[in-house]
Design a binder for this molecule. Structure first.
Ligand code: SF4
Length: 503
């Protein structure tokens, strides 16, 4: 919880084959995933050949009992998709945010398509050009528009759904996990060939409803059983007989986002056999084994809730030190507390977390946290603990040092904003004012996830990105950053602009 990063989106979709309204399922599936995006939310259902859409800004709202009929009337049908979004692409003024809210739709020559998307597209300029040629007046509001229009182009040119999706997988570089509905109400989902963002499939107990969800918590809240995590490059379609899985593109290299384990995902979600909280506990045990000198010199453990909590349990188990539960969240201060003015950043952490000074005074404290991005909130935490009388402050950070930006949908766009791209661990220790900062090793991190190294994206901690264009841009931008070039916006947008200007 050290920093206020945002992910791009959360996806949910479901189809019922016994004529039941799908709205309650997609509502709860989305509500369970509000942590994946809180700037906007949207629902889309399909009924008798028509799409019915509701989109709005902010968190998924409560549905009041007296408004239930209104919601059911607004979103009729047995098939639906939904999305929560935080903007990492497109424009961010309020008008554009409303326009860029998902699910998105496109229509052409009597055909149409609706998609809910999580990810980030790298080669947007090339795609925008292609789509603008086929759709006069095409206006790009978010990356989901690109996928939706690209799919429709392929379909209207006579290809079937599998071929259309395969073309997207082959021609679009970046991260995309998508749930969609065709003009005939066919419900489907697919993942990019690297499988960067999560998407799983599950069913209701009586097998009348089948669903896709970014995280398993979207299935859990509906009482659904998880069937599988979609494979990279896989298309899954749904009928009353269940899921039909088709591997369209095979990649030896896979690249599931490693940061999901440390920060984004809910601890009660799972991506393979382990729940995220079990992996975070393992992170804590690793940090103890990797840092016996610190453990020997500490009195208590303190966690930064909530992503540091599970690691703290692991540290406690492996070290025998007491995990002092003296740091608690102010419960109804939500993520929105961070959408404030920049000058307020230093105080927002205090608005979110309460630390009991009496438990910290005179103690040598190990603080568990998920990551250090900019370093400013970490600095505030250390200052606060010092003011409370902590004798020593040691930071155990579960995600290895972030040295480069993310090109796949996480809100870390520039080298300049990352303390770890400019400074060594020793320098960071001094800047944040701690007695020591210890990051978990990359090898320890990988082992705890249970994934193979070449099945994870570790671009932001290794500088080695899984896709070629991202790698090229990262190298170019790193060079420019070191030369003192001022970064603004998305790196690849800048790179494209520079390219156009012939620089
Ligand atoms: S670069 Fe980092 S944050 Fe981005 S997808 Fe890869 S691991 Fe995740």
């Amino acid at each position: 919880m050290g920093e206020q990063l945002k992910i791009a989106c959360g996806v949910f979709g479901a189809a019922n084959f016994k004529g039941q309204s799908i709205f309650p399922y997609i509502y709860w599936g989305l509500r369970a995933q509000n942590h994946r995006g809180h700037q906007s939310h949207g629902f889309l259902t399909y009924n008798n050949g028509k799409f019915h859409v509701y989109r709005n800004l902010d968190l998924v709202p409560k549905v009041k009992t007296n408004a239930l009929q209104e919601w059911f009337g607004r979103l009729p049908g047995c098939v639906g998709i939904a999305n929560v979004r935080y903007t990492t692409s497109g424009k961010t003024d309020e008008k554009s945010l409303i326009k860029g809210t998902q699910p998105v739709t496109a229509s052409k020559d009597g055909s149409k398509m609706a998609v809910s998307f999580n990810g980030n597209i790298v080669n947007i300029f090339q795609l925008r050009k292609e789509i603008s040629k086929k759709f006069s007046g095409f206006s790009y509001e978010c990356d989901a528009d690109l996928i939706c229009h690209k799919l429709l182009i392929e379909l209207t040119e006579g290809r079937d759904l599998a071929s259309a999706v395969k073309t997207c997988m082959e021609e679009i570089e970046g991260a995309f996990s998508v749930a969609g509905i065709t003009k005939d109400g066919e419900f489907f989902a697919f993942k990019d060939p690297y499988g960067n963002r999560p998407l799983c499939a599950g069913h209701s107990e009586d097998r009348s409803t089948y669903a896709f969800s970014s995280e398993t918590v979207g299935l859990d809240i509906n009482g659904f059983e998880r069937d599988f995590e979609l494979e990279p490059g896989e298309l899954v379609t749904v009928s009353e007989d269940g899921f039909k899985r088709e591997k369209l593109v095979s990649n030896r290299r896979k690249a599931f986002c490693a940061f999901e384990f440390a920060y984004f995902a809910r601890p009660d979600s799972r991506f393979n056999i382990k729940h995220v909280y079990e992996i975070r506990e393992e992170f804590g045990r690793n940090l103890v084994n990797e840092n016996p000198d610190i453990v020997k010199d500490a009195d208590i453990i303190l966690s930064l809730p909530e992503t540091g909590d599970d690691a703290a349990l692991g540290v406690q188990e492996a070290s025998g030190l007491k995990w002092e539960r003296a740091s608690r969240r102010h419960r109804y201060v939500t993520e929105r507390a961070f959408i404030l003015l920049n000058r307020e950043r230093y105080s927002t952490i205090e608005k979110k977390i309460n630390i009991l000074a009496s438990k910290v005074k005179g103690k040598r404290v190990i603080v568990t946290d998920d990551s250090i991005v900019r370093g400013d909130t970490t600095k505030v935490i250390v200052e606060r603990l010092r003011k409370m009388g902590a004798k020593k402050v040691y930071l155990f950070i579960t995600f290895p040092r972030i040295i480069g930006p993310c090109f796949y949908g996480i809100d870390m766009a520039t080298y300049g904003q990352l303390i770890g791209s400019k400074h060594s661990t020793e320098e960071i220790t001094k800047i944040v004012g701690a007695d020591a900062v210890r990051y978990q090793s990359i090898d320890g991190f990988i082992k705890a996830t249970g994934f193979n190294r070449d099945h994870l994206c570790l671009g932001c901690v290794t500088g080695k990105y899984p896709t070629p264009l991202a790698q090229k841009i990262a190298e170019e931008m790193k060079k420019r950053f070191l030369e003192g070039y001022e970064e603004t916006g998305r790196l690849y947008e800048i790179a494209e602009a520079l390219e156009k200007a012939g620089r």
